[in-house]
Design a protein around this ligand. Structure first.
Ligand code: IVH
Length: 669
């Protein structure tokens, strides 16, 4: 075969294989046998081996996986991936509809009703008729490039007829069938089970080895053409039909609904149908069908006002409370947990539920051995609602709070109704501290989850946070442990090494300082820029920071003045952990306010002035207290006075809060 012949053959095979994929995975109607499919695929693999130049990025051969990544590249979203507001009942739904009618001046709105798939939000970017990349939602602003994993989902088109650039959003999910199969396999192999389809989908997409993903039986539905109008689509339902014709798998439970009464009828109908679908849904989504209305209806900072999600009411089931066990958090707080006879509720397998504290158990009157009512709304942690008293048979036992730490045996201290283990060397606290340090919102060390930290602690390789960065000394020993392959160890070491570069806010949050959550850590990092600054700060210095109250301030002061902590941070520095704030790099530089100097004046309605300042600074704007020639924009609320006058005098752009918010949310949608 000449090169030219091979090229033509590759084109033919690619087209045919992709058509068969489409027929099989999207239309559910195959016209080729498995054997024919395999024969074509093998031929294509062979040609690609002979002529590596003919191996295209979007070749169907890539769908079988095999690429192993060391990490996922971060990709900022061109338009932020928004979430949806929620409605929980008919009244909420009518309220939503009323607001839309008021905003549009129309007496009846046409909506598109859709199912809300319980999976993982995903964006696909196409250009020149080719899939370019697939990005996770991430924090809505920056996601991860998971292309190699997502293209193993055969229903996703790699080539499309539309040549203009476009972005499609949808949900990658795990069908119920795939979850059952996967969990059965895991049970056999003695591996922990996935609690629900969403966790299983998320866990699969984050696999570094794409051939694992290829075998997980994931699928996807696509429900939003982001730049519809650029493709001359002005009606959402029509844009979904267009996605159908391009070969995307859209969900056909969708329905055009005229007015809110039809929306409510759709809710009632889908509530009944829900369990018979072969994928989990946690609600329904209602979107205004006329895209041209979107701008005038507008956005809040987090979500569009032209769409909302109806959440199904929480499901209740009953199960047995087998035991109550105590766990120790990283701050030493003791939490009683219900050990339950495993039950499925709202798509999840539940066998544990927090009971918060001793008083919670007393107030509910729970006894060990009780049959209890358990409630779980999708997305929400399972909750023990009440005991079923008339099911008692006399064998139930009261719960007695222990006086000692379940891990280290030290006496517990009770503060405001909560129990604490104050032993700083308590193993549980250390373990929880390291798990937190490595967690996704903190240093994001892939492969260092609960089980790994617990195992390496038990083996004596980890005692405290700095040991994470000295773990390489134990590479050989870890290799000898059960279940640790060379690749897994390499990946973990790689992730550890990469985490050294994380920006200051992640480190600050990861240290697990009492009262310091992610948001406060961000504020602090942005303000003080370098960890070294913290060693010299007083409680008063902290109190000047917006959102920091006296408790957090004294907790910070105590932390940075404790010699042990200082010693530990020195070790981290020595191991090369970054102490500086580099977070600004993550900002989408295309946002409206990036690099501009903004002055706030008057009363703001939707957030406090501090919150607005933080938000603007977070996306790369400079917020200044006074208007000068250097000012770019003045955001003026009611009651604005001299600053507004000065801005007008200097000819500086003035906008009201609503306009500012719409720019802030335009970043997103
Ligand atoms: S529309 C601006 N439609 O739910 C439009 N979202 O709580 C944004 N989701 O982040 C999304 N099914 O990941 C939309 N039919 C559907 C959906 C859906 C599931 C997810 C999506 C989104 C989240 C919002």
């Amino acid at each position: 075969m000449t090169f030219e012949e091979a090229k033509q053959r590759v084109e033919f095979l690619t087209k045919t294989l992709e058509r068969w994929n489409y027929e099989y995975y999207v239309l559910d109607n195959s016209t080729a046998t498995d054997a024919e499919f395999d024969r074509y695929m093998n031929e294509l693999i062979l040609i690609e081996q002979t002529y590596p130049d003919l191996k295209y990025k979007n070749s169907p051969t890539q769908r079988v996986g095999g690429q192993v990544a060391s990490e996922f590249k971060k990709i900022p979203h061109k338009r932020l991936m928004l979430s949806l507001s929620n409605v929980y009942n008919e009244d909420d739904m009518r309220d939503f509809d009323r607001k839309v009618r008021e905003a549009t001046g129309k007496s009846e709105i046409t909506y598109m009703g859709e199912v809300k798939i319980d999976g993982l939000g995903m964006s696909l970017i196409y250009d020149h008729g080719e899939l370019q990349y697939c990005v996770t939602r991430g924090d809505g602003n920056v996601g991860e490039d998971v292309t190699q994993n997502v293209i193993t989902i055969r229903s996703i088109p790699l080539h499309v007829e539309e040549k203009r650039p476009f972005e499609v959003r949808g949900e990658v999910y795990m069908p119920k069938k795939s979850l059952d199969r996967l969990n059965a396999e895991r049970e056999k192999a003695g591996e922990p089970l996935f609690a629900n389809a969403r966790n299983a989908a998320a866990g699969s997409i984050r696999q570094l080895d794409s051939s694992i993903v290829a075998n997980r039986g994931l699928d996807a539905f696509w429900y939003y053409l982001v730049n519809a109008r650029e493709l001359d689509e002005h009606i959402h339902s029509k844009s979904l039909d267009y996605l159908d014709t391009l070969g995307f798998r859209t969900n056909h439970e969708r329905r055009i609904l005229h007015g809110v009464e039809e929306c409510i009828a759709y809710i009632n109908e889908m509530t009944k149908k829900r369990d018979s679908l072969d994928y989990d849904i946690d609600g329904l989504v209602f979107k205004v069908d006329d895209i041209d209305e979107y701008e005038s209806i507008g956005y809040t900072a987090k979500s569009p006002k032209w769409a909302t999600a109806y959440k199904f009411p929480p499901k209740e089931v009953s199960t047995k409370l087998l035991d109550i066990v105590l766990s120790v958090g990283r701050t030493g707080r003791i939490t009683p947990n219900a050990v339950l006879e495993p039950v499925r509720v709202a798509g999840s397998l539940v066998q544990r539920a927090t009971l918060n504290n001793e008083d919670f158990i007393k107030e509910k009157g729970l006894m060990i051995g009780d049959t209890v009512v358990l409630r779980k709304a999708a997305d929400v942690i399972p909750e023990v609602v009440r005991p079923l008293i008339d099911r008692r048979d006399g064998s139930e036992k009261p719960f007695v709070m222990s006086e000692n730490c379940p891990e280290c045996g030290q006496p517990l201290t009770k503060v405001q109704g909560l129990h604490y283990c104050l032993n700083p060397d308590c193993p549980s606290r250390k373990i929880e501290g390291m798990i937190h340090f490595a967690s996704r919102d903190a240093m994001d060390i892939d492969g260092m989850g609960d089980a790994v930290v617990e195992e390496l602690f038990a083996e004596g390789f980890l005692h405290d946070i700095p040991d994470i960065y000295r773990l390489y000394n134990h590479g050989q020993e870890i290799k000898e442990l059960d279940g640790w392959g060379e690749k897994a160890i390499d990946n973990m070491f790689h992730a550890i090494e990469n985490s050294k570069k994380q920006s200051l806010e992640r480190l600050l949050f990861g240290l697990g300082i009492k009262e310091i959550g992610l948001k406060t850590a961000k504020t602090l990092a942005r303000k003080f820029k370098n960890l070294d600054a913290f060693f010299g700060l007083s409680t008063e210095d902290y109190l000047k920071v917006p959102d920091i109250g006296p408790v957090a301030a004294s907790s910070l002061f105590a932390y940075f003045n404790e010699p042990k902590n200082r010693g530990m941070l020195e070790t981290l520095r020595h191991e090369g952990v970054n102490f500086e704030y580099t977070g600004a790099d993550m900002v989408d530089v295309n946002n409206y306010f990036y690099g501009k100097t903004v002055v706030l004046t008057g009363t703001l309605q939707s957030r406090t002035r501090e919150e607005m300042t933080e938000l603007l600074e977070g996306i790369g704007a400079k917020v200044s207290g006074s208007v000068s020639k250097k000012t770019d924009i003045v955001i003026a609320g009611p009651g604005a006075g001299s600053k507004l006058a000065k801005a007008q005098e200097l000819g500086i752009q003035v906008m009201d809060e609503e306009e500012a918010n719409s720019h802030l949310s335009n970043l997103r949608g």
